[in-house]
Design a binder for this molecule. Structure first.
Ligand SMILES: *Cc1c(COP(=O)(O)O)cnc(C)c1O
Length: 438
């Protein structure tokens, strides 16, 4: 499907008067419509809940929007738990799906009442010790059947290579042990394929987990209260594939539920999801300005964002579609690498990409950065993290995270007064605009 930015060149020109590039901007209208569609798609299941994967987009202003549609949070670290708690999301509205978990994080998760999802059989004993000898009344276990996970269109992933979850034997034993330890409510969780662009993934996964639920009841005498399909519902980063249809996905899961669970009398199991990418990915964009062009062995356009702002292309070679704002309908008749400024040759947002001729000062909209975009950023080369903005439904723009300043970068060092002086000096250099240079 053709990708159209949710901001125009004119809008960006207005925004940069207040918030200089680069920045991530999020589309409130898109987030809301999608969250409502997710809720509707699973409304057939009484206990349904989406636990938004905080790691994808850890911004309280955005998570708050999802919370209005009944979403909880899926956390995997103590700071993600704190973000949830500070927003007033706690108790069973939090799923703590972590792995290789430090004892202190288990203790904190338990303290705020989060549902703990155990990644390994050995974590039962570890958790019990961490909590002073007593397990929570509700616990979930993460499953990994091994092997490969395939679907009819050839999409697959490799659970057998993944560090997460317990084997079938281990998970059955886990439920027996948990029951004997006095646990009262049980959940089952699995994440077997990532960024699946097919409506088939959740229904197929659900089918496997529903069969396992029956086995768990038979062999362990444990009736599950919830089944967590976790994340993995993808988005189409290109313009080529057919985007996922959450209504089709929801009814596919319903079909499996009615076919497998209902005849066994297991028809009040709640379905949970932990989507990150699908909830937020398409509703964020990275806006950056072209500041250099370079003609050497290849044609390069240098922009003022870098892999610190969006790591997926550098890290996975991931494709992110790029629109040159104001040139939406111009022919894509040049081939360029779009680069950032890191001293790393993989810092390229696009390689050999056909784009309309980019002039210095043009604004580029890098699509689908709403999940695993800003959040993955690091601080290599001393580069600072950008601001995050929210485009509201009324067209106004709200700052939902300020850009870092040098002092944020220096904050963990202990010679602060010197740095503070330098930051002040840097401010007197001022914001040098490309228009003033060219
Ligand atoms: C990353 C993650 C998710 C979210 O994955 P998406 O691909 O963004 O949907 C959900 N659950 C767990 C445990 C994760 O690690």
């Amino acid at each position: 499907m053709k990708k159209v930015p949710f901001v125009s060149k004119e809008k960006v020109e207005e925004i940069v008067k207040t918030y200089p590039t680069p920045f991530h901007i999020y589309d409130e209208k898109g987030i809301r419509e999608n969250a409502a569609a997710v809720k509707e798609a699973f409304s057939w299941n009484k206990g349904f809940k989406e636990y938004f994967a905080v790691k994808a987009t850890p911004n309280p202003a955005l998570i708050n929007i999802l919370h209005e549609y009944g979403c909880g949070t899926d956390c995997s670290s103590v700071t993600e738990l704190m973000i949830s708690k500070a927003m007033g999301i706690d108790g069973e509205d939090i799923m703590f799906s972590s792995n290789d978990t430090p004892a202190s994080e288990f203790v904190y998760a338990d303290k705020i009442g989060a549902i703990i999802n155990l990644d390994d059989f050995t974590h039962i004993d570890y958790l019990k010790k961490a909590l002073g000898g007593c397990l929570p009344k509700t616990l979930s276990c993460r499953y990994n059947p091994g092997g490969v996970f395939t679907m009819s269109n050839g999409i697959m992933d490799n659970p057998g290579d993944a560090k997460y979850g317990m084997t079938t034997e281990q998970i059955l034993e886990a439920y027996r042990v948990l029951k004997a330890e006095g646990v009262e409510r049980f959940g089952l969780h699995a994440f077997l394929a990532s960024n699946t662009v097919t409506n088939e993934y959740y229904p197929k996964l659900a089918g496997e987990l529903f069969e396992l639920a029956i086995k768990i009841r038979k062999e362990c005498g444990v009736t599950l209260s919830f089944i967590n399909l976790s994340g993995g519902v993808g988005i189409d980063y290109t313009e080529e594939a057919q985007a996922n249809d959450i209504r089709a996905i929801g009814s596919g899961v319903k079909e499996a539920y009615e076919k497998i669970l209902a005849p066994e009398g297991l028809d009040d199991i709640a379905i949970y999801t932990e989507m990150g990418r699908f909830m937020m990915g398409p509703y964020g964009g990275l806006v950056t300005q072209a500041i250099h062009e370079k003609h050497t062995h290849k044609e390069y356009v240098g922009v003022d964002a870098c892999a610190v702002n969006l790591m997926r292309p550098a890290m996975y070679g991931a494709y992110h579609h790029i629109t040159v704002l104001g040139k939406e309908d111009a022919p894509a008749d040049t081939v360029v690498d779009v680069t950032g400024s890191l001293c790393e040759n993989n810092d390229k947002f696009a390689i050999d990409r056909k784009l309309p001729k980019i002039d210095m000062g043009d604004y580029l909209f890098i699509h689908d950065t709403g999940a695993h975009g800003f959040a993955m950023g690091y601080s290599y080369n001393g580069k600072l993290k950008s601001a995050e903005l929210l485009l509201r439904e009324d067209g106004s723009v709200k700052l939902i995270r300020r850009a870092e300043t040098p002092m944020d970068y220096f904050a963990t060092l202990d010679v602060l007064p010197e740095y503070a002086k330098m930051e002040e000096e840097m401010k007197t250099v001022g914001e040098i605009k490309i228009g003033n240079i060219l």
